[in-house]
Design a binder for this molecule. Structure first.
Ligand code: URA
Length: 245
């Protein structure tokens, strides 16, 4: 469900502010009924008319982007840095990222113009598994990695159980590569988790999101998701997966 003024604005009829005015001025109908109060939410199946003309629905698009490092997970950036939408200049729909990856993190990021889909996937209740590969400073003791797997306090709250395995280490350079799968999405969570065990992250990549991975893509490349993948993601978000034991 999305706010009526947002739906009108997204359809390109008017700015959000102007759309609010149009609602208050009695120019908007939902399913044939006049709506003059703000705060009404509508879904995809609702028919919205503005000044007697039905809104044409934007085609819903879903993409998987291999976000490079040094790109902001946003639609615009006030510091003029590259943003993820720069990779979709030829797509007329207004895409935005589903959640975010840090500026310095590379990897799998979903992009869509489907607000309900984005909200569903980002809802804490339905969090989908995300697999990361981290290069960390130093070589962690087994017990430290087990701590991460069991859950660790970051900012006063324990993280949920995670899957953790060390992929390799370099004794001479004192660094290790560790794969970690989490299903929460707290801000800079993976970096904070490794920081908490005394092994700060030097490089971080999100390799998988649910059943999706970065196969056949290089950094900066994207592909459109199939119908089937979108349906699978929706059901994954709704029915979820059990936390690891
Ligand atoms: N955890 C992080 O620390 N950074 C990300 O970008 C994603 C998860």
């Amino acid at each position: 469900m999305e706010r009526l003024q947002k739906v009108i604005a997204n359809a390109g009829v008017a700015s959000r502010r102007k759309a609010e005015q149009m609602i208050q001025d009695g120019k908007v109908k939902v399913n044939g009924k006049l709506v003059t109060e703000l705060g009404v939410k509508v879904s995809d199946s609702d028919r919205v008319e503005v000044e007697g003309v039905e809104l044409t629905k934007e085609v819903k698009r879903y993409f998987l982007l291999y976000k490079p490092r040094g790109v902001v997970s946003a639609v615009t950036d006030d510091k003029g840095r590259s943003v993820v939408t720069d990779y979709f200049d030829d797509i007329p729909e207004r895409l935005y990222p589903v959640g975010r990856l840090d500026y310095d993190t590379s990897g799998l990021l979903l992009m869509t113009n489907d607000g309900e889909f984005a909200n569903l996937l980002m809802h804490p209740k339905y969090n989908v598994e995300k697999r990361y590969v981290a290069r960390i400073k130093g070589i962690p003791e087994k017990e430290k990695l087990q701590q991460l797997a069991r859950g660790i306090m970051i900012e006063g709250k324990k993280t949920a159980k995670a899957k953790v395995r060390q992929l390799s280490f370099d004794k001479a350079k004192q660094k290790a590569i560790v794969e970690i799968t989490i299903h929460e999405g707290r801000n800079r969570q993976v970096r904070k988790m490794f920081e908490a065990i005394g092994h700060p992250v030097q490089k971080l990549t999100r390799e998988a999101y649910g059943f999706l991975d970065l196969r056949h893509l290089n950094a900066g490349e994207s592909r459109e998701l199939s119908h089937h993948e979108v349906r699978q993601l929706k059901s994954l978000a709704k029915f979820g997966q059990k936390p690891h034991s």
